[in-house]
Design a protein around this ligand. Sequence first.
Ligand code: PLP
Length: 482
Amino acid sequence: MQLKKLTLSDLRDELVGINSVVPLLDGTEQRYIFLDNAASTPTFRSVLKCVEEFMPWYSGVHRGTGYKSLVSTELYDHAHDIIGKFVGADLSTNTVILIKNSTEAINKLANRLELEKDNVVITTIMEHHSNDLPWRKYCKVIHIDVDDVGRLRLDDLRNALKTHKEKVKLIAVTGASNITGICNPVHEIAKWAHEAGTKIFVDAAQLAPHRAINILPDNDPAHIDFLAFSAHKMYAPFGTGVLIGQRKFFEHGLPDAVGGGVVTAVSLDEVYWSTPPDKDEAGSPNVVGAIALAKSILMLEEVGMNNISQHETDLLEYAYEKLMKIPKVKLFGPLDDFKNKVGVITFNIEGMHNALVAAIFGAEGGIGLRNGCFCAHPYVKRMLGISSEEDRRLTAEMVAGNKQNIPGLVRASLGCYNNEEDLDLFIDMLKSIAAGKFKGDYVMNPTTGTYYAKGYKPDLAKCFALDKSILPRIERYPSEAS
Ligand SMILES: Cc1ncc(COP(=O)(O)O)c(C=O)c1O
C-alpha cells in the first residue's frame, strides 16, 4: 500500500502540544499560541514516535558488539548522511559533525581554525553572539555594519576583504537574522571569500528551518565551506547540533575536546586521532538526538522546503499588511521583500517597555513571544539607534545589576505549522495593547528586567512536574510583584 505523502497542511496536526491550554490572568484558559519558534520549536508527533520506537533498540554506539549496538551504530551513522544530504553536502569529501547545538559547533570551528592573534575574521553586527564571541577569543574581528533597515552593507564587506587581504582567515556570517529575519546572500559572499583566498562559515541556525540550503560542490566558487545549525530549532529538540565542513580540514590538527571516542590508538607517549567525524565528537554521542533530527529532516524534505518557505512568506505578507496599519506599533527590519526574510516579526509599542508588552501577551493572551536583545545586543542597539554614549550608560547600569532600562524589541517568530488564525490572535492582541486595552497591573523586577502581572501566579506544576512536591521557583512570581 502506497503511504500518503506528508504535506504542509499535515504539519499542524503533527505538532506536539498544538492544542495545549494555558491559564490566563483573568482565571480563564486559552489555547496556547506559540510564536517563539526562532528560540526553539516544539517537536513533531512522528519525531517523538520515532524516538519511542527506537528506544528499545537504544545502545551505546561504535564499539559495542551486541545486536542493539549494531542497530544504534547503523542508525547514528545513517543520521549523519541524512543531515548532510539535507544541505547538499558532498559526503565523499565533507563530514557531518554532531555536537550539542550551533554555539558548540561555532566554538569548535573557531578552535579548529588555529587562528592567531593578528588573523582577521570578518563577521557582521547582525550576528547572534554565538557567531561573534567565539571569534573574539582568538583573533581580530571586524564587524560589518548594516543599513537602517538592518541589511548588511555588502560593499563594506568587500572593502574589508580588500583592506585585510591575506590576514582574513574566515568570513563568518549568518544565513538569516534572528532579529529581522533578513537572509544574507551567502553564495555571493562565498564567491568573494574564495576570490580573496579565504573561506566562509554560514550560521544556519535560523536559515535551516525555513529555507532549502545547498552548500554546493566543493569546487563551486559559491560553495559554503562550513555550516552549522541546531536541531531544537527544527522540530527535534533532543540536544543535537550540526557542523559541516570538508573532511580534509577536520583531518588536520587537534580536536578541541579530547577523551574517549576520538582516538585510533593511545600509548603513554602517543595519541593517534581517529578520522572525521569521530575525531570531533568526543565522548559518548547523542544517538537519540541524531535520530530525532534525521527523522525531522526527512519529514521537512517530504513536505518540501520550498513549500515551507512559500507558506512562511505568505504568512509574513498577510501579517505585515495588517501590522503596518496599527497605530503606535513600530516595526523593525524590512517591510517588503519577504522572500528574503524568514518568519520573524520584531516590533515595539511607543511608550511601552518591550518586557511589559511581552508579559501582557503571555498573561492575558496565552501568546508566547520573546523580548529583549535576543543574544544579538549590538544589532538590536543599532536597530534602536542607541548612541555609543547611551550604550555605555545602559551597559554600566546593567553590569551593576539594574536591568530596568534594558533596551530591546518584542519578537514573534513563525514555524512551518503556524497559520493565519495564530496571526489574527496575535495581531488583535497587539492592537488592543497598543490602544492601552489590557487588564493587568504590571510591575518590573529590576534585577531581571521582567514584568509580572499582580495576582498572576499560575500553578506551573499543574501541567507537568518531575516531583509535585517541588513548587515552581518562587522568585519568578514575587508575592504580588512587590
Ligand atoms: C542566528 C543564530 N545563531 C546561533 C544561535 C545559537 O543557537 P544554539 O542556541 O542552538 O546554540 C541562535 C539561537 O537562537 C541563532 O538565532
